[in-house]
Design a binder for this molecule. Sequence first.
Ligand code: BGC
Length: 410
Amino acid sequence: MLSACSSSSSSGDSGDKKDSGKLEIFSWWTGAGEEDGLKALIKLFEEKYPDVPIENAAVAGGAGTNAKAVLASRMQGNDPPATFQVHGGAELNEGWVKAGKMEPIDDLYEKEGLNDKFPKDLIDMVSKDGKIYSVPVNIHRGNVLWYNKKVFEENDLEAPTTFDEFFKVADQLKAKGITPLALGDKEPWTATQVFENVLLGKLGAEEYLKLWNGELAFDDPKVVEAIETFKKMLSYINEDHSSRNWQDASQLVAKGEAAMNMMGDWAKGYFVNDLKLKVNEDFGYVATPETEGQFMVITDTFGLPKGVKKADDVKKFLAVLGSVEGQDAFNPLKGSIPARTDADVSKYDQYGKDTMEDFKAAKLAPSLAHGSAAPEGYVTKVNQAVNIFVTQKDVKGFVESLKAASSELK
Ligand code: BGC
């Protein structure tokens, strides 16, 4: 079921819709933990440009599970939204840019003086063949292990930083009747996200990157070891994982019914804004096992689709989204850190501050689960393979599926 949300106006649903004349901002940030940042950004824009009404055309579903399909059919039908959420990396460059659906926005970068305001690696993630195609609003970290502080304290446990420690802690929790690891893979990308974090931990950023350009095969012994580790982790998850989404799984940790989960830092936005938990009091965070010093990057960006009316208004929105003010309105609520390097650090909580520091020094790895590492066709096949693996736990079969999917990497 698709559901659409619309804050400033009606509509937002697909179908044969009339042009409302409003600037349509398309994303999957609806409800629980997702929309506060977007609303703050829209509010800021509306204050600056009261004569440019916005339509919040968000489609529910974590990681764009539903929104991406709606967007694809609209793009195919030459009915693009004014601007849409798209991950930097393959999703943007090998997807919409390659298909000839996006306008370069180098002129906007020039006009707004953005060229030296984002880390070079990030600009590379939104560029193809020397042209820039979108503005990053944030940087999310994917390799975070969140844990319930009280559960850890009561059981005299330390947050695990290695796989050995993880399994030791997990066994102790299990013995006490507490679910060690929460998972909500009703939408399969969440399990893929755990898997990629295990890959990063076992391979390190450099080798992890080689998976996506074909230099490291999926039957490499190190990858098989990662899969075995992932399989072992799956023996510590909640039984009802396939009926929960990422918010429902995070709730298990919030309530102390589960001790840990591995989720991108939008979970922090959810913990703090929706569940009213306190950073470092109710919940703590560490990098997922053996990924300290490495950063699974997910960047939400917005660009200018070809053929949109009012391109100048779209650029106004992109300028606000790319400004210090815009980023500092959005990110403290969203859980992410600003993409700009000159944002106001004092606006961020301890998690945000730590993450900004970590980002500066870390080795970066693009997320597969969130479309940055590889094209959409490949991600879809991996999600399917992971989903089957979670129930069947067939290592050989999983390796074969990953190998077969590699044809999509070309
Ligand atoms: C997006 C985040 C979002 C998360 C969960 C990711 O793909 O980059 O902004 O919070 O999905 O929906």
